[in-house]
Write a protein that binds this ligand. Structure first.
Ligand SMILES: [Zn+2]
Length: 280
């Protein structure tokens, strides 16, 4: 894989500068994107120069306290112990109908995060910015289909984030995809189709007024942070207490929808100030 992509601003300082430009405060903060019902057309970006893969498994817990859902990164994806997963195992082992049901709700959902440019999305996502790299969360089935094509030169694809034409100039001749999401809940379906020809991303972006060199890739190995074990344990306890004592309680007014992933911890050190890049 060539690593000298013509865009990227790969280091943390550049990323911080970009976040500053966007009036954002933390490198733990990022723009996430999820498929809405309908068709989303996107291009998966090549890996960040410090990462080997263009995707990363993402495990998230959704904990509901008094009707308010909180999403937390599961620490096991950072190779740390997780009190919520431990509780899920405990409940599963109790093996009653209720406990197994409760265990299922505590299990993390599994998605695959990729850097992506979104060309179009269903109308509900009108806040979409085309000239921006998002962390797009792919369901496993979609990731598997993309990965299969990425590894399949026989079918004429391969290297979907690709740089086939890197030697010809700035262009990245990769493959864009259209994913159609339909159905709801357990019946949600995703169908994945490649856009029929490889295209030069620089040209495609230029057509909508975006300079490919302005794109910033997220480092998928370092961007996801979680809260401490004790904080997660506390959150779990309040969810379980609310569930037990919650019958007949006045419903708490719904808070304003929070960002899907807020992984900041009050106990965590703030991100380090800009300092020389750690790369050699
Ligand atoms: Zn967990």
């Amino acid at each position: 894989m060539p690593s000298n992509f013509s865009f990227g601003l790969p280091d943390e300082i550049a990323l911080q500068e970009e976040l500053d430009r966007q009036h954002r405060t933390s490198i733990n903060d990022y723009d996430a994107f999820y498929f809405g019902p309908g068709i989303t057309q996107f291009r998966v970006m090549p890996p960040h120069p410090d990462c080997k893969l263009w995707f990363r498994e993402l495990l998230k817990h959704r904990i509901v306290v008094n009707d308010q859902a909180r999403t937390k990164i599961c620490p096991t994806m950072l190779k740390e112990p997780c009190p919520i997963c431990e509780r899920a195992t405990e409940l599963y082992n109790e093996a009653t109908e209720d406990s197994v049901e409760a265990a299922k709700k505590l299990r993390p959902t599994r998605r695959f995060a990729v850097n992506a440019v979104i060309f179009s999305a269903p109308p509900a996502r009108s806040e979409l910015e085309v000239g921006k790299v998002y962390i797009l969360e792919l369901p496993k089935t979609v990731k598997d289909e993309l990965l299969e094509m990425d590894r399949d030169p026989q079918a004429g694809w391969a290297d979907i984030t690709g740089a086939f034409a890197a030697s010809k100039g700035d262009g990245l001749m990769g493959v864009s995809f259209r994913v159609t999401k339909s159905g709801q809940g357990l019946n949600t379906k995703y169908s994945t189709r490649p856009v029929p020809a490889r295209t030069d991303l620089a040209v495609e972006l230029a057509a909508v007024g975006v300079d490919i060199n302005s794109l910033v890739l997220y480092n998928l190995d370092t961007i996801f942070k979680t809260t401490t074990y004790s904080e997660l344990k506390e959150l779990l306890a309040s969810a379980e207490n609310a569930a037990v004592g919650g019958v007949g309680k006045t419903p708490v007014p719904k808070p304003v929808a929070q960002r899907p992933i807020m992984v900041k911890s009050t106990f965590q050190a703030p991100p380090p100030p800009a300092e020389p890049a750690l790369q050699e």
